[in-house]
Write a protein that binds this ligand. Sequence first.
Ligand SMILES: CC(C)(COP(=O)(O)OP(=O)(O)OC[C@H]1O[C@@H](n2cnc3c(N)ncnc32)[C@H](O)[C@@H]1OP(=O)(O)O)[C@@H](O)C(=O)NCCC(=O)NCCS
Length: 168
Amino acid sequence: MTLIIRPEHPADHAAIRAVTQRAFAPMAYAGGNEQHLIDRFREAGALALSLVAERDGVVRGQATFTKAFAADGSAGWYALGPIAVEPDLQKQQIGSQLIEAGIADLRARDAAGCVLVGDPAYYRRFGFKPFPDLCPDGEPAEYFRILPLRVKAPQAVVSFHPLFQGAA
Ligand SMILES: CC(C)(COP(=O)(O)OP(=O)(O)OC[C@H]1O[C@@H](n2cnc3c(N)ncnc32)[C@H](O)[C@@H]1OP(=O)(O)O)[C@@H](O)C(=O)NCCC(=O)NCCS
């Protein structure tokens, strides 16, 4: 069946929680509350974009984009994460389709760029690059990455939404 990538609907919230919990459960770096973090972003109005991957009418994956904040005050920064794909459906390009659709949406908004903390080997393929000097305090510079969009040469530290604090 065809995979559909679309913005979340209110009816998806429980399925998003479940798939996120299952995807992060085996991960050593997981904080254990990633599924609740998405709810908290939503409740705080901080969810800039939540895309789901749906197949056979069931949510199989989800990608979260929140607002991020550049120290120079420049607008249009976003952060990617959490992102999750049903464990038995991983490595079938579902994650890639979610990320590519999210990046296309950010481009359409004329976003400055997108930041994340994640596995460099995975995110490199989407254009996320190391900017260790722009990593916010408290985040691991070796895993901090920026996808430059409108801003080709980021100059300022880009911080995550405060709700990320203590999440991982
Ligand atoms: C990360 C995740 C969303 C990727 O989704 P996916 O649908 O499996 O990814 P894709 O099929 O698009 O990409 C698969 C490719 O990425 C690689 N890959 C997947 N996750 C990876 C990771 N964490 N680190 C490095 N490479 C990874 C696979 O080896 C594969 O490589 P290949 O294309 O060279 O064969 C999914 O693995 C997942 O839910 N993981 C658990 C939750 C998690 O860790 N989220 C990210 C936190 S930063």
